[in-house]
Design a protein around this ligand. Structure first.
Ligand SMILES: [Zn+2]
Length: 324
């Protein structure tokens, strides 16, 4: 009798609201899943101790002969991946210049590796998504903001201080809208969910399907309503959707030209709407990419869902454990 020597990693995903954890095997199967609220104001040490409990609960679901390689942590950033030190994280107030890596490693008696959530989402796509083995992959998430993760020559692109991959601030339409940071015409300011709603609000007529969906109040508009109203023939919503598809296509075309990826994967809440305009989006990306790419633009929507960063955290652990 031989036993199959499946490896496992403990994985955590730290966001501003919730911390999720699971035990994940090398095939990407999640077991022992759990979650707690982040409560960042209670401090990073408190969060680390509560996360250790959550991870130990996940660990207790492992088969008796399981080999657990370590702990991978995906987190909202900005963060320096080598040390896990935060750099003014907007969604984790009070955690600036702090790290949970040494404390968590001691609590768990396991090595701990930390990465930025969007970068780890890109890493997950190269192992568990539709592009297994891709050596060059760009992942773009379009939801309340626009973020990105980049894998180049099989390595995660992190930059000098962990700030690389902020594709949301790529300028795509100067002279138009700004993001919350204030940059002129960036991808996020012109294509994230709130930006789509704002563009529709600024064209508000008070009539038609969009006005009905918003109960007559422009402040109620969401990006989902804009996509739905466009499907129902609302001319303002259609104008905003066309503009959004063009804006996203311009951003993605630039990323094609800079990184020449085998796969360009988009995720996030706005993707559901964009999927209804996929052909137009694809045509725009082709139009905005250098001529050599032609129809070979490798654009896909993620199918890893909400678990993408947890899977990326596990893959970080599997990868780094091999390098020990
Ligand atoms: Zn910006």
């Amino acid at each position: 009798m031989t036993t199959t020597n499946t490896q496992y990693a403990l994985a955590a995903d730290i966001g501003g609201t919730n911390i999720r954890a699971a035990l994940i095997n090398s095939e990407g199967r999640l077991i022992g899943r759990g979650s707690i609220s982040t409560d960042p104001e209670r401090g990073i040490d408190d969060a680390s101790d509560r996360l250790a409990k959550l991870l130990n609960a996940a660990r207790s679901t492992a088969p008796a002969d399981a080999e657990i390689v370590g702990v991978g942590v995906s987190t909202a950033g900005p963060i320096r991946p080598a040390t896990g030190t935060y750099n003014h994280p907007p969604n984790l107030p009070g955690w600036h210049d702090k790290t949970m890596k040494p404390r968590l490693a001691e609590s768990m008696s396991l090595p701990v590796w930390v990465g930025h959530d969007a970068t780890l989402a890109a890493l997950a796509e190269t192992r568990f998504g539709d592009h297994v083995g891709a050596e060059n992959l760009v992942y773009v998430t379009i939801s309340t903001g626009v973020g990105g993760g980049i894998i180049t020559n099989s390595e995660m692109v992190t930059g000098a201080s962990g700030g690389a991959g902020e594709v949301g601030h790529l300028a795509i339409r100067t002279g138009s809208y700004r993001c919350n940071v204030g940059c002129d015409g960036c991808f996020e300011g012109n294509a994230c969910g709130p930006a789509i709603a704002r563009a529709a609000r600024d064209r508000w007529t008070g009539e038609g399907p969009l006005a009905d969906l918003a109960d007559g109040d422009p402040d109620n508009i969401t990006s989902r309503m804009v996509f739905d109203a466009a499907d129902e023939g609302d001319p303002i919503a259609q104008e905003v959707v066309d503009l959004t598809v063009e804006n996203v296509g311009i951003g993605l075309g630039s990323l094609m030209n800079i990184f020449n990826p085998e796969a360009l994967v988009i995720g996030g809440g706005v993707v559901q709407g964009l999927q209804r305009h996929w052909q137009k989006l694809q045509e725009t990306v082709i139009e905005r990419s250098l001529p050599g790419y032609g129809d070979t633009i490798p654009l896909t929507a993620t199918r890893l869902g909400d678990d993408v960063s947890l899977l990326g955290a596990a893959q970080l652990a599997f990868r780094q454990a091999r390098r020990l």
